[in-house]
Ligand binder design. Structure first.
Ligand SMILES: Nc1ncnc2c1ncn2[C@@H]1O[C@H](COP(=O)(O)OP(=O)(O)OP(=O)(O)O)[C@@H](O)[C@H]1O
Length: 308
C-alpha cells in the first residue's frame, strides 16, 4: 500500500495543528487535568481520513489520555471534537464505538478468561445499530447470531487465529493477543481504528504480520490512528505523524520530516541527554529503549496476571 502523499492530506503549511483536506476527527481546546497535572492540553488537531496516523511522544506526554478522551473512556475538563463532522465530546464509549470509532486495549483479565471466539462475539455487540433486543424483536436473532459467528470465523482465519477459537485468550502469546484485539475491533465494521501501542509485547515473528494487517485496514478504506514508541514501525507504515509532549501537540508532518524536526528532538531530550539526537539513528536508539521498557512492562503485567 503506497504512502498517501502529503499534498493529499493537508490543507495548509505543514505545522502543528495544520488543517486537513479530509479530516475524520477535529479537536479543539481539549484539556484534561489530574490534580495539579495537565495531562492533555491540545489546542487544535485534525486527524486525516483514509490514512494511517501515528501519535508519538515521550512517556507521559498524554497520548493514552488523549485516546481515552476521544473514545469516551475519560472526560475532559474542556474541549470539543467532532468525528465525521458530528459532535462527539462527552459521548459515552459504547456510543462512540457504535458510530464507527473503535479502539484496542490490552486484554483485561476478564477477557483473558473468555475463549477467543467469545471475545470476538463480544466485539459484535458494538455493531453500529446493533442491539440484542431489537434483533430479538425482529425475530431474526438466530440468523443474526449465525452471521456474526461466520464473520468472526472469517476474521479469525484472516488473522490466523482460527485454530485457537476455543482456547482461552489468556493462553495466547502477546502477539496473538494483539491480533485478537484487532480482529475483535473489526467485528463492528469500524470507520476509524485506534490502536494503543499495537507492537508492545509482540515478538519479531509476528511484527511483520501485524504491520501487514494495519496496512490492510487502510487498503480497505479505514482510517488508522495509533500510538507507537517504535520509530521503525512509524517510519514504515505511517502516512502522517503527530507529536505530543507535555500534553500538547508540538509537531506534525510526514515521518521523515518529523524525525528531523528540532521541536520533536527537544521533546525527547529530557530523558536522553547523552544520545545524539541530531541523527535519526539517535532517535531510533531512544525509541528502542522506550519500546523495550514497554515490552518489559507488558510482559511483567502478563506474568503477574497469570501468577507466573
Ligand atoms: N488516571 C490518572 N490519574 C492521575 N494521573 C494520570 C492518570 N492518567 C494519566 N495520568 C498522568 O498523565 C500524564 C499523561 O499520561 P499518559 O498515560 O496519557 O501518557 P502517554 O503519553 O500515554 O505515556 P506512555 O507513552 O508512557 O504510555 C502522565 O503524567 C500520567 O502520570
Amino acid at each position: 500500500m503506497p504512502k498517501t502523499p502529503v499534498a493529499d492530506l493537508v490543507a495548509g503549511p505543514v505545522a502543528a495543528g495544520v488543517p486537513k483536506k479530509n479530516p475524520i476527527i477535529v479537536a479543539d481546546q481539549v484539556s484534561r487535568r489530574f490534580g495539579g497535572l495537565t495531562a492533555v492540553d491540545v489546542a487544535h488537531v485534525e486527524i486525516p481520513a483514509n490514512a494511517i496516523t501515528a501519535l508519538i511522544g515521550p512517556n507521559g506526554a498524554g497520548k493514552t489520555t488523549f485516546f481515552n478522551l476521544l473514545t469516551g473512556f475519560d472526560q475532559p475538563n474542556t474541549g470539543t471534537w467532532t468525528f465525521q463532522g458530528q459532535d462527539l465530546a462527552r459521548i459515552p464509549a459504547y456510543r462512540v464505538s457504535r458510530r464507527g470509532m473503535v479502539r484496542t486495549f490490552q486484554l483485561t483479565k476478564a477477557l483473558s478468561l473468555m475463549t477467543v471466539m467469545d471475545n470476538m462475539l463480544l466485539g459484535a455487540t458494538h455493531q453500529p445499530g446493533e442491539n440484542m433486543f431489537r434483533a430479538l424483536f425482529r425475530g431474526g436473532w438466530a440468523k443474526r447470531e449465525e452471521a456474526i459467528t461466520e464473520k468472526a470465523m472469517s476474521l479469525l482465519e484472516r488473522f490466523k487465529l482460527d485454530t485457537k477459537r476455543d482456547d482461552y485468550a489468556a493462553s495466547l502469546s502477546g502477539g496473538q493477543r494483539k491480533l485478537l484485539e484487532m480482529a475483535r475491533a473489526l467485528m463492528s465494521d469500524p470507520v476509524l481504528v485506534m490502536l494503543d501501542e499495537p507492537m508492545a509485547g509482540v515478538n519479531p515473528a509476528l511484527t511483520q504480520s501485524l504491520l501487514g494487517h494495519i496496512l490492510d485496514l487502510k487498503e480497505q478504506g479505514m482510517t488508522v490512528l495509533f500510538v507507537e514508541h517504535d520509530m521503525h514501525v512509524v517510519q514504515e507504515i505511517a502516512d502522517w505523524v503527530i507529536v505530543m509532549a507535555e500534553g500538547r501537540v508540538v509537531a506534525e508532518g510526514p515521518p521523515a520530516t518529523v524525525m528531523s524536526d528540532p521541536a520533536v528532538i527537544d521533546a525527547y531530550l529530557g530523558a536522553h541527554h547523552d544520545t545524539d539526537l541530531g541523527t535519526l539513528s539517535g532517535q531510533l536508539e531512544i525509541a528502542k529503549d522506550m519500546e523495550s521498557d514497554m515490552v518489559r512492562r507488558d510482559l511483567e503485567e502478563e506474568a503477574a496476571e497469570h501468577g507466573r
